[in-house]
Design a protein. Structure first.
Length: 169
């Protein structure tokens, strides 16, 4: 099995953990020398903080593990194309490469532009579409379920679908 598939499956496991807790199902792992060294999943609903994204948790844990804010030998795998905040964190941490699954279809991510911008005297490689169908389906299923609950008059999860990166399948 190709490494990027293996590690994206690990990120999907984290996304499903978040899904089980009612969060928008985005998962991330940081890989160093062929091993997962940290992970995260969205926790915005539970924490009620805007920065509780999967990538932020994974980067923070990796920095703590290595005792450094720099992660130049690390790759980030995330199930959804990173938002500008998470791209900024990855650039700031000097992550080597980002692999993501589902594309952010509403065009809000600016992933390619930020990766190449050299804003922090660092650029990084980005590869999208890794296990794209599986990653998109987990997210799309979450939003379909949320819309169905809302339509039935049930209380919807606190996630704001209008501001989330629901991929269009």
């Amino acid at each position: 099995m190709e490494d990027k598939i293996k590690f994206m499956k690990e990120a999907l496991k984290r996304a499903k953990k978040g899904l089980a807790q009612g969060e928008v199902p985005v998962g991330a792992v940081i890989v160093h020398e062929g091993k997962v060294v940290s992970s995260g999943y969205n926790r915005r609903t539970r924490t009620q903080t805007a920065i509780s994204h999967a990538e932020i948790y994974a980067i923070d844990r990796a920095c703590k593990k290595f005792g450094s804010w720099r992660l130049p030998e690390c790759d980030l795998y995330v199930t959804l194309e990173p938002c500008p905040m998470c791209m900024g964190a990855a650039l700031n941490a000097r992550v080597r490469k980002i692999y993501f699954g589902a594309y952010e279809q509403k065009g809000r991510s600016m992933t390619g532009e930020l990766a190449a911008s050299n804003l922090l005297n660092h650029t990084l490689e980005v590869e999208g579409g890794v296990l794209e169908e599986e990653c998109s389906e987990v997210l799309s299923g979450f939003f379909r379920s949320m819309r169905a609950r809302t339509k039935q008059g049930a209380a919807a999860p606190a996630a704001d679908a209008a501001n989330e990166g629901e991929p269009q399948s």
